[in-house]
Design a protein. Structure first.
Length: 137
């Protein structure tokens, strides 16, 4: 396990952008003076209301988080291992419910689809999640 938790280990990864930014493009607020700072801050509040807080509120509920994981609605994840990452995240959310076919399926998927470099960690993760699920049961 890492010694510290960095941003790239987070489950949700999405940025807010200024109004009018084309889909799939990174856009940034430009602040050059007091008026543009006020305008940028006002737009940030709007973007939080439209695209930020609704997602955060959903992610704070277990069922909402599970839905976001299952649908891949966690922002931009472009790595080839995103499926394994999401399967592991779902397994973590399911383990508190004890052993189940859904938990078995997610853990099996994660092990079968991890890279050779991830295999040792994947086996350890699988065993730990199963132990936790058995304790919850």
């Amino acid at each position: 396990m890492p010694k510290s938790v960095t941003e790239n280990l987070g489950l949700y990864r999405e940025r807010l952008h200024p109004e009018g930014t084309a889909a799939g493009q990174d856009g940034w607020w430009e602040v050059t003076d007091a008026a543009s700072a006020v305008s940028a801050a006002e737009d940030m509040v709007v973007q939080l209301d439209v695209a930020g807080w609704p997602v955060i509120e959903k992610l704070l509920r277990r069922e909402g988080m599970l839905e976001q994981v299952r649908t891949g609605g966690l922002g931009h994840r472009k790595q080839p291992s995103a499926g394994v990452f999401l399967a592991r995240a779902e397994a973590l959310l399911l383990m508190d419910g004890g052993p189940s076919p859904a938990l078995d399926e997610r853990l099996q998927y994660a092990l079968e689809n991890c890279t050779p470099q991830q295999r040792e960690h994947g086996v350890e993760f699988d065993a730990w999640v199963r132990d936790q699920a058995n304790l919850a049961h």
